[in-house]
Design a protein around this ligand. Sequence first.
Ligand SMILES: Cc1cc2nc3c(=O)[nH]c(=O)nc-3n(C[C@H](O)[C@H](O)[C@H](O)COP(=O)(O)OP(=O)(O)OC[C@H]3O[C@@H](n4cnc5c(N)ncnc54)[C@H](O)[C@@H]3O)c2cc1C
Length: 382
Amino acid sequence: MEFALRSDQELLKKSVREFAQTEIAPLVEEMEKTCQTPMNLIKKMGSLGFLGVAAPQEYGGTGMGSLARMLMLEEIARVSAAVAMVVQCAHFGIAAVFWGGGQTVRDKYLPSLISGDTICALGVTESSGGSDPAGIATEADDRGDCFILNGRKTFISNSHVSEIAMIVAKTKEGPPKEFTAFLVDRRFGGFRPGRLENKIGFHGCTTGELVLENCRVPREYMLGSEGKGLQLALRGITEYGRTGIAALSLGLIRASLDAAVKFAGERVIYGKPITGLQSVQFKIAEIYADLEACKLLAYKAAWLIDQGRRADAEVAAAKFYCSEAALRCTRKAMDIMGAYGCMKDFAVERYCRDAQLLVPADGTNDIMRIIAGKAASAGREQ
Ligand SMILES: Cc1cc2nc3c(=O)[nH]c(=O)nc-3n(C[C@H](O)[C@H](O)[C@H](O)COP(=O)(O)OP(=O)(O)OC[C@H]3O[C@@H](n4cnc5c(N)ncnc54)[C@H](O)[C@@H]3O)c2cc1C
């Protein structure tokens, strides 16, 4: 078993870490206040190949794959989970267009998605319940050369910074119901962002509604084949969304460990730094153990994807385990810091708020347990 990263992966990790410290860290406070995504930063990241890390080279990506992407997101999330969320969702959009788009759609959008000039959102969830995709009410009415889309998507990441979106809509009432994916462009008309949510965390990543009102989508903007929209979305949610959430969790755990260790070394009570207190050491050890366990789960899931293997159960396990570890660890870091941990002067309260959003995003952890539990019960292991 080989645990060492390849030299190009090491190099990527190091350069992203430096970038995050010099370019992202100075923007965090502003994002916390304004809840706006710094789009110049995203474009800069696009120009450096961050958005195309897993995208094909023929369109300007670097094609480094899922594990490299995970390492990159982890380093970004160590500084800002919100920016990592923007980037991880942008990766998904690129994959959706590459997997599902015809040649014209790919040629038209992929270069600008990879450069960061265009952002593609993913619109699956509706108020009828994200865990129950059969409840999707958005309809696509087949008019021959086009589809007319009507509906309202909720809790969509990058809702207010994306020009295009993959929208999953009902194309057959059934039974069984059928759902198809479309690439929808604001320039079509009848497609706009709606309500902007006011979230507890991820303040640099917009989450909100996407509204479709008699939006005319040309037939060639169908992604994948008719009736297979949910499968396409689910592949992206698994390979990009859930692995992305695992990576963000790793970043938040690492950041919490760094913050807790630094604070404990500087905080003096009873005439000594609190690092000497066994209760503090135990918490630090627990955060460290969670970080190492999460790395194994998350990196293995990404490695399986890079081998071209199905990894639904491994990804689901990584998603729920890592996000819950992030909740535990950010909380423990706050506890180590006493009252200081609850103050806005220290970043750990932000880590804690951001970690909570990892639980429902890209499928709730209950749903992840169902997926992982089914595979484990069937004795599947790889
Ligand atoms: C930060 C963030 C970003 C997001 N980004 C996107 C995005 O870009 N695109 C998008 O389409 N969606 C996005 N979502 C929505 C997300 O996918 C949904 O929140 C998620 O699928 C859960 O849906 P829900 O919130 O409607 O909860 P519900 O489905 O209403 O679930 C409510 C509760 O019931 C439980 N539950 C539901 N079904 C079962 C079951 N079968 N067995 C056991 N328990 C169950 C859930 O675990 C949960 O505790 C985002 C959400 C967040 C928080």
